[in-house]
Ligand binder design. Structure first.
Ligand code: ADP
Ligand code: MG
Length: 393
């Protein structure tokens, strides 16, 4: 990598502000998956061992500039403390007098966590006042938050204007692994795109069409393409405003000779909750009162067959509502196939990663990215703002 990392600078005795991504999934306040915390440990442990004063900053959820108790980081600080075997003080605010006091009292090797950075309206606006205040807490900035590297916020890019700025080990690893899908990707290269964040993801398809040999579309995303192909999709999740774009993408794939696969059958029900009648129907006979909630068996066969022989697979977004057993078959089948391939496999996206872990297949995947949106933008060939601002070697 051409960017400096924590290894390239002297950190002993220095106050080091580290942007981490501890935006962990929770249920009733309890952390349900601490993967993101664990992923930052190499950087945190290294800085601790080197005798830096480690000041961690992260967001959690979307408090939208308001202080909201449900998004406080106490649980996260406790969990991190357990993982590093050392007490982690959490400050009551991100910046301010009390935070300065806590930092003034830090000893070399101490680790603290600032309160949720998105409690401050300035953060997502990259507001210069807030940025300066945050930067004034430290002498060095480390970005290890790959999951937010595609955002230009105070804590992801702004502070780098005021401090020497380097990459942490997680960021470095993510870029190294994901680069394999950019620089001379092994072929055949197959991308699988699904999930529900259609408007976020359809742009990446536009770009992937230029790079891949085949594109497999599933999940809620597929409905927009089915609509573009004039199928009736009943009450399925649809982003009407993207149907035109889907039509263009189908055309573009055709021109480029890229196989663009959409479902040929589907598992449908009245709704996610009302599972009184679940049917596997052909794509041209979706009942008008039903929703598509998974890919069907013929589609599973088609997709798994299309993955055979692939040398590189990138997957983002589940094939169906995998959280519900009855609609999880498609996602599981694809996960099994991807895991069994003699190929480089890269998976990004919180839910896709959760699905693969749930199936116990994460050990067979080459790289599990901690960033959904960030990995997509990186694979689109965009330079991530949180990477761009780091000091060059
Ligand atoms: P990721 O987190 O992997 O990037 P997304 O967040 O885009 O993926 O999408 C995951 C969500 O998409 C899951 O909660 C899943 O239930 C939902 N989903 C998948 N297929 C469908 C569908 N056909 N209809 C509605 N929701 C779907
Ligand atoms: Mg998701």
């Amino acid at each position: 990598m051409d960017k400096k990392t924590v290894k390239d600078i002297e950190v002993k005795g220095k106050k080091v502000l580290v942007r981490v991504d501890f935006n962990v999934p929770r249920d009733k306040g309890k952390i349900t998956d601490d993967t993101r915390i664990k992923a930052a440990l190499p950087t945190i442990n290294y800085l601790h061992e080197q005798g830096a004063k480690v000041i961690l900053v992260t967001h959690l959820g979307r408090p939208k500039g308001n202080v909201m108790d449900e998004f406080r980081l106490d649980e996260v600080a406790n969990r991190l403390g357990e993982l590093i075997g050392k007490k982690v003080i959490k400050t009551p605010e991100t910046v301010g007098e009390e935070t300065k006091n806590v930092i003034d009292n830090m000893e070399d090797g101490d680790v603290i966590l600032l309160e949720n950075v998105r409690f401050n309206p300035g953060e997502t606006k990259n507001d210069s006042e807030f940025t300066k205040e945050l930067a004034s807490l430290a002498e060095i900035y480390v970005n290890d938050a790959f999951g937010t590297a595609h955002r230009a916020h105070s804590s992801t890019t702004g502070v780098a204007e005021y401090l020497p700025a380097v990459a942490g080990f997680l960021l470095e690893k993510e870029l190294r692994e994901l680069s394999r899908a950019i620089d001379n990707p092994p072929k055949p290269y197959v991308a699988i795109i699904g999930g529900a964040k259609i408007s976020d993801k359809i742009g990446v398809i536009e770009n992937l069409v230029n790079k891949v040999d085949a594109l497999i579309i599933g999940g809620g995303m597929a409905n927009t393409f089915l609509k573009a192909k004039n199928y009736k999709i009943g009450k399925s999740l649809l982003e009407e405003s993207k149907v035109q774009l889907a039509t263009e993408l189908i055309q573009k794939a055709k021109e480029k000779g890229v196989k663009l696969l959409t479902p040929i059958d589907a598992v449908v029900a009245n709704s996610i909750e009302d599972r009184s009648e679940i049917l596997n129907v052909s794509i041209d006979s979706i009942p008008s009162d039903k929703m598509v909630l998974d890919i069907g068996q013929d589609t599973i066969d088609l997709y798994t067959k299309s993955l055979e022989g692939a040398k590189l697979v990138f997957w983002n977004g589940p094939m169906g509502v995998f959280e519900v057993e009855e609609f999880s078959k498609g996602t599981k089948a694809i996960a099994q196939k991807v895991a069994s391939l003699d190929a480089i496999s890269i998976i990004g996206g919180g839910d896709s990663v959760a699905a693969v872990k749930q199936a116990g297949l994460d050990g067979n995947i080459t790289h599990i990215s901690t960033g959904g949106g960030a990995s997509l933008e990186f694979l689109e060939g965009k330079e991530l703002p949180g990477v761009k601002i780091l000091n060059d070697k």
